[in-house]
Ligand binder design. Sequence first.
Ligand SMILES: *[C@@H]1O[C@H](CO)[C@@H](O)[C@H](O)[C@H]1NC(C)=O
Ligand SMILES: *[C@@H]1O[C@H](CO)[C@@H](O)[C@H](O)[C@H]1NC(C)=O
Ligand SMILES: *[C@@H]1O[C@H](CO)[C@@H](O)[C@H](O)[C@H]1NC(C)=O
Ligand SMILES: *[C@@H]1O[C@H](CO)[C@@H](O)[C@H](O)[C@H]1NC(C)=O
Length: 419
Amino acid sequence: MVGFGMTPLINVNSRQLLRGIIPVAIVIALLRVYFIKKPDKWLVPLPLINHQNIHSNLNCTAVVLGDPGSLKKAQWLAQNRDYRRKVKLTDEYYINATQDCGNFRLTRGYATQAFHEEMDFPLAYSIVAHHKVENFERLLRAIYVPQNVYCVHVDTKANATVAAAIANIASCFPNVFMVSQPVKVVYAGWTRVQADLNCMSDLLNVSTEWKYFINLCGQDFPMKTNLEMVRDLKALEGANSIHFNPIIKSQKWKVETTWAPVNGHIQSTGKAKGPAPFDLSVLKGSAYIVACRGYIHSVLTDSRIHELMEWCKGVYSPDEILWATSQQMPGVPGSMSATSHVYHANSIARLVLWIGQSKCHGHFVREVCVFAVADLPWILSHHHLFANKFDVESDSVAVFCLEEYLREKRLAEIESDGK
Ligand SMILES: *[C@@H]1O[C@H](CO)[C@@H](O)[C@H](O)[C@H]1NC(C)=O
Ligand SMILES: *[C@@H]1O[C@H](CO)[C@@H](O)[C@H](O)[C@H]1NC(C)=O
Ligand SMILES: *[C@@H]1O[C@H](CO)[C@@H](O)[C@H](O)[C@H]1NC(C)=O
Ligand SMILES: *[C@@H]1O[C@H](CO)[C@@H](O)[C@H](O)[C@H]1NC(C)=O
């Protein structure tokens, strides 16, 4: 119906015919307006552009259910060289495709609408990426909705092509922006925290509306739709979800001497480190958090948290220490003292498969599983918002099937009108 226009009909050279056609055309035009407003015309994330034909042998529904035959086919496809070459999206593709932003948003299937429930509960994201542009873009596409705000931090040492591609992608959206002050991130060093702090500051600045903050890296991928996340976050009732544990004996070395970056690598200075301020017991948690707006505001303004930060600057991997340890301070918004009824150890922020925890069908990088498509049933049996790590260069079918899974869920939400 949408393709049925008036133009060819107007050429018919008969007044009588025209008299009959005009009312019909008006009815068609009205019907078109009506149907475009209907939810079935909503844009939802599409699978990979122009590649549907080569996925014909892949049944993602059966894959996520763990069907052995379908998993086998998916694993074969993921490792097929021809397939990998065909589906790869290069940095140059992104640099060119973002020259026409309208077309880019449309062909990549970015969401254009959301339910009121989501509109009333916007989220703020800090995304730190320094390579793997396709991974980053598919993540953004999976979490993109017009009412959220997204701050992207690209390391100052990132390759120029990567930086240009990511900046171009961001420039295609009014609510996606590059951090105002990028830093050079050193693994396990303070600058990893600084990158998030700079985004937090920009996010507070650009919008007074958002309710919760989520930080990500370019190799995370969502396990839930935006609507599901909004509902999970509302259920926290203002609490943060920050994973933590008391620091165990075998990891005490991280906080017992002072660490500092030397030639881009973090090294121990050998100097003993004093205790944390305010008699806080040092906790170790995830670098990836879900936190209420008030907490983010406190992180930037509370002088006690700043004192803790100064102390954290000399520990190994302060990103794993700062968020977790700050949770014990009385009066910190969303903290465990403020909301003792929330079981903080069971954080919803991030699912990670550590070595020795369960079978990893992909491979390990720094003791963390880089997922393969056969890990999807395990991943989706958990309750978290995001899982880490994915790498489209080692298994793009894993990401493809998650995209399909989320797209089906979004369609079901639209079908049921968000009920
Ligand atoms: C894919 O798998 C699901 C679940 O096993 C099944 O219901 C569906 O019919 C399959 N689709 C195709 C096209 O084979
Ligand atoms: C660049 O992008 C345009 C659409 O924006 C497309 O028509 C063209 O084929 C692309 N060129 C290359 C070399 O990819
Ligand atoms: C940047 O990285 C891309 C891969 O993402 C690579 O193809 C390219 O050669 C690199 N460019 C420079 C200047 O290092
Ligand atoms: C937001 O950023 C602008 C430009 O950098 C700055 O002038 C302004 O003071 C900031 N506002 C807040 C509330 O931080």
